[in-house]
Design a protein around this ligand. Structure first.
Ligand code: ZN
Length: 51
C-alpha cells in the first residue's frame, strides 16, 4: 500500500466517525493499515493468523 492510499483511508475513516467522539487511529504493526482502538483489537489476531 502506498502513502496516498493510506491517507485516503484515514480521511474516510475520520469522516465516518466524525459525528461521535474523536477517534485515534493507530497503524497495525503487522500490515500498517490504520485502525481505531476497537478495530485494531479485533483486527490484530486475524492479521496475525491470516496467512
Ligand atoms: Zn494488520
Amino acid at each position: 500500500m502506498n502513502a496516498s492510499k493510506a491517507a485516503r483511508m484515514l480521511q474516510s475513516l475520520r469522516k465516518t466517525c466524525a459525528g461521535g467522539r474523536p477517534v485515534v487511529l493507530r497503524p497495525c504493526p503487522k500490515c500498517g493499515k490504520p485502525f481505531g482502538a476497537r478495530a485494531l483489537r479485533k483486527h490484530l489476531p486475524k492479521c496475525g493468523k491470516g496467512k
